[in-house]
Every structure is written in C-alpha cells, then in structure tokens.
Ligand binder design. Structure first.
Ligand code: AMP
Length: 489
C-alpha cells in the first residue's frame, strides 16, 4: 500500500465532506485527492524524478498539506523547512538533503535547481487523473531533521513502511475512536508533531482544521467554532493556554488533547486536567521513532501517575538497558531502547550516527534515561546528555525544573550544569516569572522539595527562555548564554 492509495480511497469514500479547513478555505476529500494528483503531475512535469528531494517552506496551512501529499504521490522526498528557523538553518537542510527543488512563497534560502512558488498556477495547468508513482516501501518518503537541541541537525529517513506503521500506532492506541465527525485541530506546525495526526483523521473521514499560528485565543476560537475533538500541543503551548483568562469559559468538545515532545511539569498537567477535564493523552516519541514509544491514556492520568510517560504502544517494543546492554527490571535506571516498524530507516548520509543509534537488530537508542515502575509504566528522568553530575551525584534537570515550576511565581524553568571547580558541575537555573519573586525565595522553596545536591546553587530571573522552532526549551542555549555571561564578567 502507498500513501496515495489512502488519499484516493478517502476521496471516494468521503467525497464532498470537508477534509481540510483553514479559515474560510475548505477542501473536500474528493478535491484533496484531485489537487494532490494535479500537483504531483505538475512536479514531475518540471523535470523532477522519483527519489529527488524537495524542500518545502510554507506557512501552516492547506497548501503545505497539498504539497506534502503531492510529493507522496509523485515519488518525491519531502524535506520540510520551518519558517521560524533562520535562513542559515534552512540553507543547511537544503544543502545536506541535496534538494533539487524548493517549494515556497519566496526566494529559496540556498541555491537549488528548480524553484516553485506558484502552487495554484501549477495545479491549474496540470492534467487531472491519478498521479501514482509506486515507491519501494523501504525507500525514503520524507526526511525529518532533528537534533536542533543537541548540535548539528541530522535528517531521519522515514519510509512508506514507517509512515503507515505510524498511522497504525495512532489508530490503535492514541485515537481509537475516530469517526467522520471527529475534528483534528492543528494548532502546532504541521511540519512537526501535529502533522502525524493528519493521515489518521483523513483515513477515517474526519476533518483536519489548521490554525495558521498558535495563540491561546486563536486556538480557543477555532476549537469552539469547529467543535474540535482532537488536538496536539507541546507542553509550552498547554502552559500558555492555561494562562489565558478565557480558557475556563470556553465551550469545548475536546476528547483528546494529545501532548508530548518534551517533559511536562506535573503542576501544569494537573492544572490542565482541572480546567479542561480528563482529555489529556501523553505521547512519548522522537523523530527517530515518530511520536510512538509510550503513551499515557486519559484514564491513566491519576495523581500518582502524572510523572509517567505511560506504557508502550501495542505494536512498539520498549526496553530499558544498562550501559553494557542488559535489560533492566523495575526501578533500575538505564537507557530507553525501542524497536518497531515505524522507526527510522537510518540517518541521511550519516552512517556513523546511524551505527551509534540503531543496533543491527533494529533496536534504537533513544538517548533518554528512564525506569519502569512496578505496574509497567515508564518514567523518563532526562536526556542522557543533559544529566548533570554534581559532587558525583546524578541530577536530572527535569526533576529540578518540576520543583521550580511548583512555585506560584514561576512560569518557565530551565536547569543546566555549569562547570564548577569544587562540584564538577553546579546546578544552575533560569526562570521566567509571572509575578514578582526574589531568586532567594525561589531557592528557599526548592530547599523543601529537593535534596541538597539537586538544589540550584543559583537562580537567574530571565525575561524569556530560548525555545526551538517547535517550542521546546533549549537548555543548551541557556547554558551557552550563562557561560558567555560568566566570561564577560
Ligand atoms: P524530537 O526528536 O525533537 O521530537 O525530541 C524527542 C525527545 O523529546 C525525546 O527523546 C525525549 O527526550 C523528549 N520527549 C518527547 N516526548 C516526551 C514526553 N512525553 N515526556 C518527556 N520527554 C519527551
């Protein structure tokens, strides 16, 4: 089966029903099938050949989705760029992926052979009829760049096989109740996590509604207007939403607010459940294992379990291993490993990184540290590379950030280790406040909650914290800025 087959069948089965909505623009299932066919033909008519990489830089909206699935139907390989990245970062992806074409509204950030800016014109001039380039299930379908938080980005190669398995995982575990009257609200960029919700909804005849740019107001308006049943947010967005004065009054139809992509503070999660009800569904995944390693179902969000990332998806293997590769049992701390048909084939042109990350038998090193509890729930401690070692003790920044976020004045927190002569590394925090507070008061607050070696030795108050284009807090950047300030001083 190919991705195009799913679109064609949805076009036949759900015809005139709305498949995509963006403001006033509505595209039906039949139209979506036709638009993607036409654009697929148009791309091939420009001289592109199956397997060529095509970089795409478009605002969050319908055109982006049409381009993505036209590429799927024409055998081309999608390389999404993000509008919030710098031109330099975008150019890196174009070079690294050896993109032959660029589709976007303006100039490409790096030279490419074919530049396509007039999507509507291309569609209008192209022939109708199925565009159906059959691709090897293990050939690249799209490249997903990752590693913005840990250095130079690498592209994860995802294939038709992995994409279909991802849809399967979602339908089985995350979204088991989708119906034609379900509505997915894309509040986050479809280039990232939210995009994974598109196909599961499409195949079940449900509409995908796109908000061009997230704000709590835009989200609440669209969610009410379209009676959204599903949405996806990264934790920062949930935090912002809960700060909105109108969130309690909104008349929402949400059945599942899926969240993941980064750790969430238990205080934020509990507040979210109090305000929005038992709709929270956590997913833990990564670009290498797209959004599916474990999930925590709405009914599993009990107070004692809010620190857990849930249980493995039905068709995904998960293991926690010691540094020497032994499978660990309850409460033993080690690296989370995973295996499944949805995981990456390899890193694009990075055989060494691939060999470090993927074992020959298919098990992936996630780089996350975790442990199982006695009921089989996974608890993530932190990224392997972010663990701070202070006075010989391991400090997991996430635990310290959680303690800081419990302080009523703290909205955001990032905890990093700075070099320290005495301790090796010293635990240091940067926080953003919602109301006045003194750094000393916040440190005192931590003293009641954290063992001495985990307590921040200093707390800095910042106006804002650096985040990645998808809203993840960037500890590395926080650490770099602190080190620079130290040098200046
Ligand atoms: P990315 O590949 O950029 O999507 O980042 C994936 C990483 O984000 C994972 O390896 C985890 O470290 C983190 N992450 C994703 N989902 C969760 C979650 N539900 N809880 C905690 N951390 C998460």
């Amino acid at each position: 089966m190919q991705i195009g087959d799913l679109i064609r069948r949805a076009g036949r089965q759900y015809g005139a029903a709305p498949a995509l909505v963006d403001g006033e623009r509505v595209v039906s299932f039949a139209e979506f099938d036709e638009l993607t066919d036409r654009l697929g033909h148009a791309l091939l008519a420009r001289g592109l050949e199956p397997g060529d990489r095509v970089a795409v830089l478009l605002p969050n909206g319908i055109d982006g989705v049409v381009v993505y699935y036209a590429l799927a139907k024409s055998g081309l390989v999608r390389v999404p760029l993000n509008a919030r990245e710098t031109p330099h970062e975008q150019a890196f992806k174009i070079d690294d992926s050896q993109a032959r074409a660029f589709v976007g509204t303006g100039e490409p950030p790096a030279p490419v052979e074919i530049v396509l800016t007039d999507i509507a014109g291309m569609i209008a001039d192209a022939p109708a009829g199925p565009c159906d380039v059959r691709r090897d299930p293990d050939a690249p379908l799209r490249l997903a760049y990752t590693g913005g938080t840990t250095g130079k980005p690498k592209a994860v190669v995802l294939t038709t096989r992995s994409e279909l398995a991802e849809v399967d995982n979602f339908l089985v575990d995350l979204l088991p109740n989708l119906r034609p009257d379900s509505v997915m609200l894309h509040a986050a960029p479809i280039t990232h996590g939210s995009g994974a919700f598109f196909l599961p909804h499409l195949v079940k005849g449900a509409a995908n509604v796109i908000v061009p740019k997230f704000s709590p107001t835009a989200f609440l308006e669209a969610a009410q207007k379209h009676r959204a049943t599903t949405t996806f947010m990264v934790p920062t967005m949930i935090g912002m939403l809960l700060e909105d004065p109108f969130v309690r009054e909104a008349d929402l139809a949400l059945e599942r607010l899926c969240y993941g992509g980064a750790p969430i503070a238990t205080t934020v999660l509990q507040r979210g459940i109090d305000v929005l009800g038992p709709v929270f569904t956590q997913l833990y995944g990564q670009a290498e294992a797209p959004l599916a390693i474990t999930c925590l179902q709405p009914w599993e969000h009990t107070p004692d379990r809010l620190t857990s990332a849930g249980k493995p998806y039905t068709f995904v293997e998960v293991d926690i291993r010691s540094t020497d590769g032994r499978s660990l049992g309850v409460d033993e701390v080690g690296e989370v490993m995973t295996r499944g048909p949805h995981t990456m084939d390899r890193y694009w042109r990075r055989p060494e990184a691939t060999a470090e990350t993927k074992e020959p038998d298919g098990w992936l090193h996630t780089g996350d540290i975790g442990r199982w509890d006695a009921e089989g729930y996974l608890h993530l401690l932190d990224r392997r590379h972010d663990v701070i070692i202070s006075g010989g003790f391991n400090v997991y920044p996430r635990e310290v950030e959680d303690a800081l976020l419990a302080h009523p004045a703290v909205v955001e927190a990032a905890v990093v280790g700075l070099p320290d002569e005495k301790w090796g590394e010293r635990v240091t925090a940067a926080v953003v406040l919602r109301s006045d507070a003194e750094a000393e008061d916040i440190r005192g607050f931590c003293a009641d909650r954290l063992a001495g070696f985990k307590r921040p030795k200093s707390v800095e108050i910042w106006a804002e914290l650096p985040t990645s284009p998808v809203g993840k807090s960037l500890r590395r950047e926080v650490r770099d800025r602190m080190l620079e300030a130290r040098e200046d001083a």
